[in-house]
Design a binder for this molecule. Structure first.
Ligand code: ADP
Ligand code: MG
Length: 221
């Protein structure tokens, strides 16, 4: 489904990762586990098309999308500390991507109702997002990303900033939601327990890159 092939990313002189490779199969929820500053957010932005890699390819469903613009990639992303549009209602937030895709109002309303049901927030259509609790806001951000049914969803530390009990509850709910909707997902986190609850497979960020430097590997003929 998603195939990341030997991506290399540098910022000025600093190499963030070299030849990072990863495959996410259809229906899988892969958690990428790595410490803060290791390049997880950067990798997701490259996959989403918000940053260009220095080297490497990205394939989605066997199609090379490395140079396809973000909005045509059919990839959903929930950013670290995702912000909702403060002046819009819950429904208006969720239907944002559907408007961009020119869904008519009836289809949009039906999809919003369906998603609110999925996230356990039926009836919240007209609520102001500024009145939501932290956990509710996270759910709405997720619903907004899931609404257009992207082929894969990228989640960047989706549960940070919640207190322990709510965090654990939401981790279980998120796993269930992704499974119920058969959503393929790549989630990055620094939290080992969270990764275990969320994912169907956990991968260490450090294991994406080959252990031998290229020169040495070339010498092993
Ligand atoms: P993580 O998400 O794992 O915490 P990031 O991908 O956010 O890591 O960042 C990895 C490193 O790259 C950090 O040291 C960060 O300061 C640096 N970095 C991120 N974006 C840029 C940028 N646009 N220019 C230069 N350095 C950056
Ligand atoms: Mg990050």
């Amino acid at each position: 489904m998603l195939e990341v092939r030997e991506l290399t990313m540098r910022f000025e002189q600093r190499v963030l990762f070299t030849q990072a490779s990863l495959t996410v199969a259809d229906g899988e929820i892969v958690a990428l586990l790595g410490p803060s500053g290791s390049g997880k957010s950067t990798l997701l932005k490259v996959i989403a098309g918000l940053l260009d890699p220095d080297e490497g390819r990205i394939l989605l469903g066997n199609v090379d999308i490395t140079t396809v613009p973000t909005h045509r990639r059919d990839i959903g992303m929930v950013f670290q500390n995702e912000q909702l549009f403060p002046h819009r209602t819950v429904a208006q937030n969720i239907e944002f991507g559907l408007r961009m895709r020119r869904w008519n109002s009836q289809r949009r309303a039906e999809r919003v109702t369906e998603l609110l049901e999925l996230i356990g927030m039926s009836g919240f259509e007209r609520r102001r997002v500024t009145d939501l609790s932290g956990g509710e806001a996270k759910r709405v951000a997720l619903a907004r990303t899931l609404a257009p049914s992207p082929r894969i969803v990228l989640l960047d530390e989706p549960l940070t900033g919640l207190d322990r009990e709510l965090h654990d509850q939401l981790a279980r709910d998120l796993h269930q939601l992704l499974r119920t909707t058969a959503t393929t997902a790549l989630v990055v986190t620094h939290d080992r327990d969270e990764a275990a609850v969320l994912a169907t497979r956990v991968v260490a960020f450090a294991d994406l890159t080959p252990r031998l430097p290229l020169a040495e590997a070339g010498d092993l003929r």
